[in-house]
Design a protein around this ligand. Structure first.
Ligand SMILES: [Zn+2]
Length: 628
């Protein structure tokens, strides 16, 4: 749904600045606030969102005014003059409840931490505002707090004035940004900071909770630098806080320049396992991607939240791949996100990514693993099809064109379309508006290969639906991109051919036995992601009844001498599932046991300094080859 299709009472409004001062009573867990909103209305009303706040008095251009309440006291409405630059001053007060949203109280041991979580509609619980991502403004914030507390916000501290047992902390003005990205924090914090280029990266945690490890700041520094290069725009703010927040509802939150994390994502000690390092790095890289995609350029409305999240996820794996190639982060993306989405989107009760959002309150019900996992996967599919350079150039142009403003998904598709000369908009619109995805049936037809697409459903049924499928075709001499628009097509292929290069595409492939044999014969020249895809597609084909058990097992056995940990993990989990499903089948048991003993042998003895993914594979359950 477009923003214009919603009833927006503030349509045409521009807000220049919010100037907010808060006096925090840390004993009572309350605060008094004063704000000045500089704005120009298009109509005779300014409708502010305001929840659980009491407004003492208000002044429009210096004259006392009375607001009217509307919508069950969720908004306050002020009369104003259309087209006139105006200043509205409001004195208000609020509580700091233990809520996990808005400006709230978190406890760390016996200490109080005052912190915020504004996405998606928490800002209206902290101060009256137009709490809508489209209405960007600059923010000036000052906090009056006990002298022994520290304060954190998006921008660096500009000045501190002490007065008896209190102090007033004034922060620098933010760039234009959405209300949901503002951060306000106060409490007793420990800090450790490093300079990375011209950016100060600061780890912050409630007093006593700071991790000894520099891993989070090191990852953050490297990621910031690489994103700056990739996006063609260096990180925009002078500093970046990574804040560990006790009692935090989300995993992490991308407040511009002041990212909050659940404690587990910033605490590292001797007991931190290999896979935790990966997830910590991925979460940090995800939030940092938002500093550009989300914070600098923001969705116009919450219907594009899936894109905001999918893009950050896609980028995080991509960038960790550069920093730690031995981790195979893209393998995690495929194995965790893509596979999950392929599974759920193969059910009849799946849903399209595209959704109508009337109220940000509904977001959690609307977007799920299909929206985010499929979203990240189809971004990867478009990158694979359009080419990495074209894709990046499209992203760069999109960010530059819309910086400090808002954009829609369609703006991004158009930008990549222009950069690549490929019909990206048409493809993306089809993939986000339709539920499900296709299976490509490939069969040899003389000197050609015949391709046919059908919807892939786990129950083995199908529909008449077709997709514009951005195919990648691997041949002996390279990879080409072809758009499959119809139900059937023929491609010339006298020699070796494999579809879905590196499993970049969000579709399944089922080969006839001759084609599969030629693909598996070339397995040593295929990537781990290719082999993972072959194995995963085989299992899906078996589950949906598209191939018989014998073909499945023959196919798996022809590639199970792979050495890539991702592939071995996939086959291992298939063997486990089959064995649980059919514990009395002699053939299943023998195959599972044979694979398990081969797998154990390949893993060998645990040794110091071994590859992280080998350690992770070692930790996975295995059919016990002895007891069977
Ligand atoms: Zn995110």
């Amino acid at each position: 749904m477009n923003r214009s299709e919603r009833v927006d009472p503030n349509s045409g409004l521009t807000i220049e600045n919010y100037s907010i001062s808060m006096i925090i009573d840390s004993g009572r867990h309350t605060y008094r606030g004063t704000e000045e909103i500089r704005f120009r209305p298009a109509s005779d009303k300014l409708v502010l969102d305001s929840v659980d706040l009491s407004i003492a008095d208000a002044y429009l251009d210096g004259k006392a005014v009375k607001p009217t309440d509307a919508r069950e006291s969720q908004t306050v409405v002020f009369s104003c003059t259309p087209g006139k630059d105006s200043v509205l001053k409001i004195n208000f007060s609020g509580a700091i409840p233990r809520l996990l949203t808005g400006f709230y109280l978190a406890r760390y041991g016996n200490a109080d931490v005052f912190t915020t979580q504004f996405e998606s509609n928490g800002a209206r619980r902290a101060f009256p505002c137009v709490d809508h991502p489209f209405y960007k403004a600059t923010f000036d914030l000052s906090l009056d707090i006990d002298k022994d507390l520290d304060a954190i916000s998006n921008m660096p501290v500009k000045s501190v004035v002490e007065n008896g047992g209190r102090k007033t902390v004034v922060f620098g003005r933010t760039p234009r940004m959405s209300t949901y990205l503002l951060y306000i924090g106060a409490g007793k914090f420990d800090f450790r900071s490093v300079m990375h280029g011209s950016t100060e990266i600061i780890l912050a945690a409630p007093h006593g909770g700071l991790t000894r490890s520099d891993f989070p700041v090191e990852i953050a520094g490297r990621v910031l630098e690489l994103y700056g290069e990739y996006f063609g725009i260096p990180y925009m703010l002078p500093k970046l806080h990574l804040i560990s927040v006790p009692e935090f509802g989300a995993g992490a939150m991308e407040n511009w320049g002041a990212i909050t994390f659940r404690e587990i994502y910033l605490s590292i000690d001797d007991s931190t396992g290999s896979s935790n390092y990966k997830s910590i790095a991925e979460v940090i890289a995800h939030e940092l991607a938002h500093q550009w995609f989300g914070d600098l350029v923001t969705m116009e409305w919450w219907n594009d939240l899936w894109l905001n999240e999918s893009f950050a996820t896609f980028m995080s794996y991509k960038i960790i791949d550069v920093i730690k190639p031995e981790w195979d982060a893209t393998g995690d993306l495929i194995n965790l996100r893509t596979e999950g989405a392929l599974k759920n989107d193969a059910l009849k009760n799946s849903h399209p990514i595209d959704a109508t959002v009337r109220d940000p309150e509904e977001i959690a019900q609307i977007f799920d693993e299909i929206s985010y996992g499929k979203g990240a996967s189809i971004l990867r599919m478009i990158e694979g099809y359009a080419g990495k350079d074209n894709f990046r150039n499209g992203i760069r142009k999109y960010l530059k064109d819309h910086e400090y403003g808002n954009a829609k998904g369609s703006d991004l598709w158009e930008s990549i379309e222009k950069a690549s000369g490929m019909p990206v908009s048409r493809i993306m619109e089809a993939w986000i508006r339709r539920k499900g995805y296709p299976v490509i049936l490939a069969s040899r037809d003389g000197d050609a290969v015949k391709l046919r697409q059908e919807q892939f459903l786990l129950d083995g049924s199908s529909t008449n639906e077709t997709w514009p499928v951005p195919l990648t075709i691997v041949r002996e001499n390279g990879t080409e991109s072809v758009l499959m628009e119809d139900r059937e097509m023929k491609i010339p292929a006298a020699g070796f051919i494999k579809l879905n290069s590196d499993f970049t595409g969000f579709y399944r492939t089922v080969y006839d036995s001759g084609l599969f044999a030629s693909v598996s014969e070339s397995r040593n020249s295929l990537s781990g992601h290719d082999l993972w895809g072959l194995a995963n597609d085989l299992y899906a084909a078996l589950q949906s009844g598209r191939i018989p058990y014998g073909d499945y097992m023959g196919g798996i056995m022809s590639i199970w001498d792979a050495t890539d940990p991702l592939v071995l993990q996939e086959i291992n989990s298939q063997m486990n599932s089959l064995y649980l499903l059919k514990p009395h089948s002699k053939s299943v048991r023998e195959a599972a046991m044979k694979f398990a003993s081969m797998h154990l042998e390949r893993l060998g003895e645990k040794h110091p300094g071994e590859e992280i993914n080998i350690s992770i594979a070692r930790g996975r359950p295995l059919i016990d080859p002895v007891s069977g």
